[in-house]
Every structure is written in C-alpha cells, then in structure tokens.
Design a protein around this ligand. Structure first.
Ligand SMILES: Cc1cc2nc3c(=O)[nH]c(=O)nc-3n(C[C@H](O)[C@H](O)[C@H](O)COP(=O)(O)O)c2cc1C
Length: 176
C-alpha cells in the first residue's frame, strides 16, 4: 500500500544519472508483466542520448520531459497481441500493465517517473525509426526526483466507484 499511496507523477528531475542496475530492474519489471494470452506484444526503447532527447522535444515540447536522464518509450505491435473473438483489441491494456510495473519499480528504486501520452505519435516514430505497424503507447521519463510530493489524495472515494453485485448498488457494507 505504501507504493500505491506514495507514488506520484514526478516532473522535475536531478541531472544525476540512473545506475545501470536500477534501470535494468525497471525494465525487468516490465518484462515480467502479464499480458493477454502471454503474447507480450511490446518493445521498449531506452533513450538516454541528449541528441535523441532533443529531437523528442518536438513530439512533446516540455522542458521537464527532456531533462529526465532516461526516457523509456513503450511500443506495441497490435498484430502480435491477443484479440477477443468479437475483435476487441487488448494491446493497450497489455502495455499499460507493463508500463505501470516499470513506474512502480522506479518508485521502489527511489526514482521518479511520469506517464506521458499527450505526444505527437508520428513525430516520435520518425525520431526513433519505429516501424509503421508499431504503435507508441506512452513515454516514461525517469530520474531522481527534484520535487517533493505528498501522498495521493485527489482520488474518488470507494463509495463512488464500487458497486455490490449490480451496477449502482451501494458498497457501504464493505466500508463500515
Ligand atoms: C494514461 C496516462 C497518460 C498521462 N499523460 C500525461 C501527459 O501526457 N503529461 C503529463 O504531464 N502527465 C500525464 N499523465 C500523468 C497524470 O496526469 C497523473 O498520473 C494524474 O494527474 C494523477 O497524479 P499522480 O500520478 O501524481 O498521482 C498521464 C497519466 C496516465 C495514466
């Protein structure tokens, strides 16, 4: 519970480089994630080169983003992913699990990270030579935090989001 309460989106990083072993464990946390039918339809591009980061600025023009010592770009290949019989696609779900594994491991390593999805995907793909059929799901800047954030507070309450046995039924009995 401590990880869930204390993990926050960090948007200010120290220039201190990330130790190789820590980065390894962050990536390993992603690798171990579950995926539908164990298809693992993912690739992760680790960006630590200043020139490449400068180019990624064009895709997500925020100074704090490119100041992160490392940016992990999480990609999905939809043609490799499991699909439901009705055609519903699950590659974003698979990627989200792997990405959040990495974000939580980063927190456990004393690092800060932030999900970034509001980027120009065409630009990211151009900069990183990503094949046409591959989709970019998120970019995760990671570095030692240079801002203090309190615990998570601004979430809906359980009584607003949990129902018992049928849509709309209060879950009050679980909370008292
Ligand atoms: C799918 C997703 C996309 C996000 N995209 C961005 C983004 O493009 N830029 C950004 O600054 N934060 C982004 N965030 C971070 C959220 O704004 C943040 O998680 C949310 O406000 C809750 O704050 P907290 O992470 O500190 O608890 C994104 C988060 C998620 C889960």
């Amino acid at each position: 519970m401590e990880v869930f309460r204390k993990r926050r989106s960090i948007r200010k990083y120290k220039a201190t480089p990330i130790e190789k072993e820590k980065l390894f464990r962050v990536l390993e946390a992603g690798r171990l994630a579950p995926s539908a039918a164990n298809k693992q339809p993912w690739n992760f591009i680790v960006v630590d080169n200043e020139e490449v980061k400068k180019k990624l600025f064009n895709a997500y023009p925020s100074d704090w983003f490119v100041k992160a010592p490392v940016i992990i770009v999480a990609c999905a290949n939809p043609s490799l992913a499991w699909k439901r019989r009705d055609g519903e696609e699950y590659w974003k779900v698979d990627l989200a699990i792997a990405i959040e594994h990495m974000v939580l491991q980063a927190y456990s390593e004393g690092l800060g990270a932030c999900w970034v999805c509001a980027f120009n995907e065409t630009e990211v793909k151009k900069v990183l030579n990503i094949p046409e059929e591959v989709r970019v799901v998120a970019m995760i800047p990671i570095g030692y935090p240079d801002e203090e954030k309190g615990e998570v507070t601004n979430r809906k309450q359980l009584r607003e989001i949990v129902f018992m046995n049928s849509w709309g039924n209060t879950c009050e009995e679980l909370l008292t």
